[in-house]
Design a protein around this ligand. Sequence first.
Ligand SMILES: [Zn+2]
Ligand SMILES: [Zn+2]
Length: 144
Amino acid sequence: MGSSVIASCPCGFEQGCTIGGSMTSFRTHRYFPFLCADCGLVSVNVAEDPPVCPRGSAHKIAQYGSNWRERREREKAEQALVAARKVPFWEWIGLSRPKPAAEPQPEARTICQCFDYEIVEGQYTCPQCRKETLTFDSTGTHFD
Ligand SMILES: [Zn+2]
Ligand SMILES: [Zn+2]
């Protein structure tokens, strides 16, 4: 149900955070890392709607990573677009040679996921140096 990740940046910033929640309390408590404008990297209870910074509900927070459902929708739309473009009729009858299909992009590795919240391999805003050099890595710790 839950796991933990470690966020680290070349500037020296390093912080572990909890993803998800325990089997017994995930309906009311499940956590995901957010960037708070005031506190930096915080574990926010995303079971609350809307999620707020644990140290102050007025703090401005932004979720790390992306939304799994939105990404799926976007990928589906992109695939549909590619499929529709694949072999246009004029190419099929030989008016021009179809270009070789683009290599499919390797899927980004998902570091962690909690319901629709997910962090895929990539670089994010560091709360310390504010550069886009923060990376998340799974610690391999899981709990339930
Ligand atoms: Zn805060
Ligand atoms: Zn940094």
